[in-house]
Write a protein that binds this ligand. Structure first.
Ligand code: HEC
Length: 106
């Protein structure tokens, strides 16, 4: 019985963890990919026009803290096409995107 419970808990936490990752990937695809590209390299029309940084490089990743990334997503970057998302996304969604961006590191 104990074994069954542990297995169940594991199965549930695994299912919710992957659901969370899928949701964030969908968010990225729907709201960020058009400018930042699927892989964060910003190899897009807007990326080239606005000279958006390649977020997948180790250099970019080490230069930006989680707090900075979160702030840009929440409040946008003045005078650029990067708009604030704090009214469009929940805090949990923004935190998820920060983690997602970390995962783009190559
Ligand atoms: C309409 C195009 C566009 C969309 C859509 C967009 N961004 Fe941006 N993003 C930009 C531009 C332009 C910049 C600023 C580039 C610069 O001047 O440094 C930027 C900057 C950023 C930065 C800071 C990069 C840096 O080097 O300082 C982060 C983080 C970021 N965006 C995340 C996101 C996330 C997450 C989403 C989706 C919720 C998103 N962006 C959607 C255009 C966009």
């Amino acid at each position: 019985m104990k074994k069954l419970c542990a297995g169940l808990v594991l199965a549930i936490s695994f299912a919710s963890a992957t659901a969370f990752a899928d949701d964030t990937a969908d968010l990225w695809k729907a709201k960020c990919k058009s400018c930042h590209g699927a892989d964060g390299k910003a190899d897009t029309k807007e990326g080239r026009k606005s000279k958006i940084d390649d977020m997948s490089t180790a250099e970019w990743q080490s230069k930006h803290s989680d707090a900075e990334i979160k702030k840009v997503i929440s409040e946008g970057k003045p005078d650029t096409k990067m708009k604030p998302y704090k009214d469009k996304l929940s805090e949990a969604e923004i935190d998820g995107l920060v983690k997602y961006i970390r995962g783009l590191k190559q």
